[in-house]
Ligand binder design. Sequence first.
Ligand SMILES: NC(=O)c1ccc[n+]([C@@H]2O[C@H](COP(=O)([O-])OP(=O)(O)OC[C@H]3O[C@@H](n4cnc5c(N)ncnc54)[C@H](O)[C@@H]3O)[C@@H](O)[C@H]2O)c1
Ligand SMILES: [Zn+2]
Length: 346
Amino acid sequence: MEIDFTPINFSENLGEFKRSLKQFFSNSPSQKVVLLCDTNTLENCYTKIADLPFLKEAEIIEVEPGEASKNIEIANHIWENLLELDFTKADIIINLGGGMICDLGGFVASTFKRGMRFIHIPTTYLAMVDASIGGKQGINLLNTKNQVGVINAQEATFICPDFLDTLPQREIISGLAETIKHGLIGNSEIWQKAEENLTNLTGLDLIKKSIEVKQHIVNLDPYEKGERKKLNFGHTIGHALENVDGNGLLHGEAVAHGMLVEAFISWQKEFLSELEFNKIKALIISNYGNPTLEIESISKLIIKDKKNLSEKINFTLLHSIGSSSIDNNLDLDEVKELLDKFNRLL
Ligand SMILES: NC(=O)c1ccc[n+]([C@@H]2O[C@H](COP(=O)([O-])OP(=O)(O)OC[C@H]3O[C@@H](n4cnc5c(N)ncnc54)[C@H](O)[C@@H]3O)[C@@H](O)[C@H]2O)c1
Ligand SMILES: [Zn+2]
C-alpha cells in the first residue's frame, strides 16, 4: 500500500507559520479541532499561536510532559474525551509538542473511529527532523518503547524553528544527533556543516536537508522491509545505552554514542576508513562526551532488540561519511569483542 508522506510545510518565522496554518484550516472542510499538548508546550508553544481563529474554539487536551505519558492509559483518556466531545473522523487533532506528543496523538488519531484526521506541529528539534516525519505513530508498553502502534501518515506537518527558542539547550543538542545521523547515512554535506559548527544544523536550511534524507528513505520503504533500516544507524547500541539503568541519557545523546560505537564497528569490519572514523570520533566526543560501555548490560539489551530476526545482531554500518548499508548481521560474541576493543581504544 502506498503512503503519501509528502506534505511538509516550512516557515522561517512564526508570522509565516501562522499564515500557513490559517490557510490550511481555511482550505479544509469545517471541522472541530482538538489540540493535544503537554504542560511545557501549552505554556511555551500554544501561547505563541493561541490567537489563531480556529484555535479559539478548539478543545485543549493537556498531558504531563515526558515519556511516561506515552502509554495506553493516557491514550484511553484521550479517546474517551474525543468520544464525549462527539468528535468524528472528519474532525482533526493538532499534535503540538515533541516526539512524545506526536507519537501519542498520532496513535490516538489513527485508531479513533478507525482513523481521524491529524497534523503534527513539532516543537523539539528531534520531532522536527525525525518523530514527525515518516508516519510511525505509537505508544510504549510495560516501559518498553514503541511496542504498540501503526504506520499512518499525518495529513501535514508544519515546521517552524522559532518554537526552539524555549527548548532547553540539552534537548537541542540531543536532537541534533538525528541530523548528524542523516548526514552520516545519506548526505555528506550535512556532515560537513556539522563539522564546521554544530549549531549550523538548527537553521531551517539544514532542518530541511535533514528531513529530505528521512523522507527519501521512508518513501522508498515505508514499512521498513529494507532501506528504512538505514535510519537505525546508531540505534542498535544507542537504544541499549538509553535503557541501561542509571545512565540518564536523553535519546539523542544515547544515539550519538551508539553512532560512535557503530562507526567503530564499521571501521573494524573494513567498511569505513580509519580517517573517517577518527573524524566521527572527534565530533561526537567533543559534543556528547565519552561513552561508557558496560558490555554485559548492553549485550542483554541488544539481544532483545526488536529488529533482530535471529540470534544475530542487526546493524546498519557506514561505508563512508554519507553512505551506509543495512542488514550487517554479527554474532553476539563478535559484538562483545568489538565493544571490549572499543573500550580499550578510548
Ligand atoms: N515516530 C517516530 O518516527 C519517532 C522518531 C524518533 C523519536 N520518536 C519518539 O519521540 C519521543 C522523543 O521526542 P522528544 O525528544 O521531542 O521528547 P519530548 O516530546 O518528551 O520533549 C522533550 C521535552 O521538551 C519539552 N518541550 C517540547 N517542546 C518544547 C518547547 N518548544 N519549549 C520548551 N519545552 C519543550 C517537552 O515538554 C519535554 O519535556 C520518544 O517517545 C521517541 O520514541 C518517534
Ligand atoms: Zn532516534
